[in-house]
Design a protein around this ligand. Structure first.
Ligand code: BGC
Length: 797
């Protein structure tokens, strides 16, 4: 049994607390308000990352001394030198700029030959021979494409993400790319936002676990290993809270919500040693996040002690003008730089203005030196000064290694979430299908489209590397038993296409529909949707096939939860399959036929209707919570004036944490080993071993598999606090474990619950444990189960 809670999250929350204590100590002693000074008092709490090696510092200082102001500014300048994929500066004179030492980093250069060519100019023709770092959006694989991150997060297995990131690092580094703009760890509560596909969903605890896993996978144990690449958690911060789910839109987030929901994944990524971080596009409470000293300096540098690079997002420095906080490029550069952005991605405004701003006294050279230190420190840590080039001969053999492809399939299998699996008239569920099935119809625009399996950030993934559902079915059953009809394009369909598909279904025992979004176009950046149904005429296609009376399995390919009320009512078996990557077909076929038993769980609430959005499980209570959550229409006066819709349930279609399997699981009552818990919150941060008193709190419950197959279940632990100084979520995830249960088996699942599980950002703006009534659930999702109560007491009572 693997307990994620105990192994990793505890550590993560310890340092989370520690940094808050740092903040609190800073508050008590404002004159010593640097994380550096304060952390000296608690030397064991937050070790510096491996790359922040003191032996590097003399080399950094020695080089810095030799640099002209122009060369220093050059280290803070970054361009996209490959395929232009967004608004740019129109520059193409990179070679000339490199010889003058005017560029610190390039990105979107993706072959060993090209990275070596640029690097040769930087290290052989520039005065100080400072190497470049090459970056790229390696989001869910480089050449071996894995499922999209939202799918990976549905595995609830951060170790899988770590292993996938390691594969991506190995492939990317073979081309000279040593920096990925990943992981994307924005909390996403609104599926209209296209970038939901790129993240780990709505929960800070789960997201933090994945954030750390990705950082570990990319950066490896040693950053100077040639196969390690820098991680860049993004987009710092709050970008996912875009109003209306419209990309790049404004965000308003209270400090309480920022501290409890949006910041923890970033803090966790920094704690795991991420060497860089990307400031975002959005404005946060009126201040753009690429010019926000509160988040970039106070929190990131002072509270968390970050000493790596803050990179802007693509032209987010120039966009300060559109935000209305700078009327010219020089002011935009000054504001971003002074707020804490070290490197300017694509805008070219640092290149154009930083030196002049120093000459005119508006920016100090001491501050420039500090930013350059961040960059040089990382370049030394990567070993680029010793090994700036990559071996071009080894590039192609690094790609698509058999173990990498096998891992891609494993992750894809584990990412599938079984949403529905009704019993047929024979009293057996439709899935898994019998291998003896005479014939299947496979229908839909996603049934045989390799490129679409890559999702929105396909990296160097190639549709031709993908095995489609149709190809895998052909292989499993033989072509004669597989009746393929496309049925529809993504956004259109003719009546004839739909009819041909219905005919294929009529002539088969079962119909498998592969419907959903066109990954590369309808999900990801700049792909927000105001309608979350099946695009085009796919719903009509589905209805026509269901009408044939044949049993239907619907595979929903999407970068977000889709609103599909008709399908959930009429289709017996539905699976969320995201965009599964190059091994889509084999993973799905093995799942359909029961060679892989579904174990995925939603990392994001699945709404019933658009009007409910944003809908997330860890919401605050209202003063008038609805008691009959499922009722659609109020029956009496009492139920009228409560927080609800008059025309829709409050409940989601499927809650966060939900996912079925090919068995029925039963949860027994939650038992706690003590009725009350006395916690001294100051000890929470200072005492590394245990902060919850002499004997830890243990919460346990029996979980029984009453089916006939061995299955794996992710058992979840949730907490609610009441009686605290601020309102806390009605449930908050605080632990999870994967448990494998043989047919008929019952296991007692035990969680050790640390003090951190009861912590909150309180009305005094500090993290602490307050006296409270806590409820603890152990359940298979965020809505089911009955909680057990425990009194939390602290020093004061
Ligand atoms: C995106 C980032 C990405 C960057 C570089 C931006 O448009 O917001 O996520 O890393 O481009 O490609």
């Amino acid at each position: 049994m693997f307990s994620y809670f105990r192994n990793r999250s505890l550590l993560q929350f310890r340092s989370f607390f520690f940094c808050t204590l740092v903040a609190f100590a800073c508050f008590l002693a404002p004159h010593s308000a640097s994380a550096q000074a304060t952390s000296a008092a608690y030397p064991t709490a937050q070790p510096a990352p491996e790359w922040d090696d003191p032996s590097i510092e003399p080399r950094v200082e020695e080089l810095l001394k030799k640099m002209t102001l122009e060369e220093k500014v050059g280290q803070l300048v970054q361009y996209s030198a490959g395929q232009p994929t967004g608004p740019g500066t129109g520059r193409t004179d990179y070679n000339d700029m490199l010889t003058k030492g005017q560029i610190g980093a390039l990105f979107n250069v993706v072959t060993a030959k090209e990275t070596n060519a640029f690097q040769r100019i930087a290290v052989e023709e520039s005065r100080l021979h400072i190497p470049l770092i090459f970056g790229l959006d390696v989001i869910h694989g480089f050449r071996t494409e894995f499922p999209i991150p939202l799918g990976i997060s549905a595995t609830w297995d951060p170790l899988l993400a770590e292993r996938a990131a390691r594969v991506a690092a190995r492939e990317a580094s073979a081309t000279g790319v040593r920096w990925t703009f990943s992981p994307m760890i924005d909390i996403t509560r609104d599926p209209r936002w296209g970038r939901t596909a790129e993240g780990n969903g709505e929960d800070p605890f789960l997201d933090s676990a994945f954030a750390q896993a990705y950082v570990r996978g990319y950066q490896g144990r040693h950053l100077n290993n040639a196969e390690s690449i820098l991680a860049c958690p993004k987009h710092y911060v709050g970008y996912g809270a875009a109003e209306g789910g419209r990309d790049y839109n404004t965000t308003e987030i209270s400090e309480h919500t920022l501290r409890e929901i949006y910041l923890p994944p970033f803090h966790s990524a920094i704690d795991a040693g991420a060497g860089t971080i990307m400031s975002a596009f959005n404005s946060l409470n009126g201040i753009p996040t690429s010019a926000n000293p509160f988040t970039l300096k106070k929190i990131l540098r002072q509270e968390w002690g970050f000493r790596g690079i803050v990179d802007s997002d693509w032209t987010s420095v120039a966009e300060l003008m559109n935000h209305g906080i700078a009327n010219d490029g020089a002011t935009a550069a000054r504001k971003a730089f002074q707020a804490g952005v070290d490197m300017d991605m694509v805008s070219s405004l640092y290149h154009d203005h930083l030196a002049d701003l120093v000459h005119s006294g508006q920016v100090s050279e001491t501050d420039i030196d500090e930013a350059v230190r961040h960059v040089l420190r990382i370049k030394f840590a990567l070993g680029l000064f010793e090994n700036p080039f990559v071996d071009e001969k080894k590039e192609s053999s690094a790609m698509l290694q058999p173990e990498a492809v096998a891992l891609s399939r494993e992750v894809a299998e584990r990412s599938v979430v079984l949403l529905k699996n009704d019993l047929l008239s024979s009293a057996t569920p439709l899935l898994p299908l019998s291998p003896d099935v005479k014939s299947v119809a496979v229908i839909g625009p996603l049934a045989d489209d390799g490129a679409a399996m890559m999702g929105s950030w396909g990296g160097l993934g190639n549709g031709r590397d993908a095995v489609t559902l149709r190809a895998a079915l052909n292989q499993k059953l033989g072509e004669a038993r597989v009746h393929y009809a496309k049925g529809a394009e993504f956004s259109t369909a003719t009546d004839a296409q739909i009819k041909a598909a219905a005919d294929a279904a009529k002539g088969s025992d079962v119909a498998i529909l592969a419907l959903g979004e066109n990954g590369p176009e309808m999900t990801g950046e700049a792909a927000s949707r105001a309608h979350l149904d099946l695009p085009g005429r796919q719903e009509q296609l589905l209805e026509a096939v269901v009408e044939t009376g044949k049993p239907v399995v619907l595979l929903v390919f999407s970068g977000r939860p889709l609103i599909l009320p008709w399908a959930f009512q009429h289709v017996p078996s539905v699976l969320a399959v995201w965009f599964p990557g190059i091994q889509a077909g084999p993973a799905l076929v093995r799942t359909l036929f029961g060679e892989n038993i579904p174990s995925g769980k939603l990392s994001m609430t699945w709404p019933r209707s658009l009007g409910q959005i944003p809908l997330y499980y860890n919401a605050l209570s209202t003063g008038r919570p609805a008691t009959q959550d499922e009722a659609r229409f109020p029956n009496g006066h009492d139920e009228k004036f409560v927080s609800r819709y008059i025309d829709e349930s409050n409940s989601p279609q499927f809650p966060f944490g939900f996912g079925l399997t090919y068995a029925t699981l039963r949860y027994g009552p939650v038992e706690l080993n003590k009725p009350e818990l006395r916690l001294d919150w100051l000890r929470v941060g200072l005492n590394k071993s245990s902060s919850s008193g002499p004997a830890p709190l243990l919460a346990s419950a029996n979980v029984t598999n009453s089916g006939s197959l061995t299955v794996t279940e992710t058992v979840q632990l949730y907490v609610r606090l009441e009686g605290t100084s601020v309102s806390e979520p009605v449930r908050a995830l605080k632990g999870f474990q994967r448990v494998t249960l043989a047919a008929g088996e019952t296991k007692r699942v035990v969680f050790t619950v640390p003090a951190e599980a009861f912590a909150l950002w309180n009305d005094q703006n500090v993290f602490t444990v307050e006296a409270a009534r806590a409820t603890i659930w152990i359940s298979g999702d965020s809505r089911s189960g009955t909680g057990a109560a425990i009194e939390i007491r602290n020093k004061a009572n």
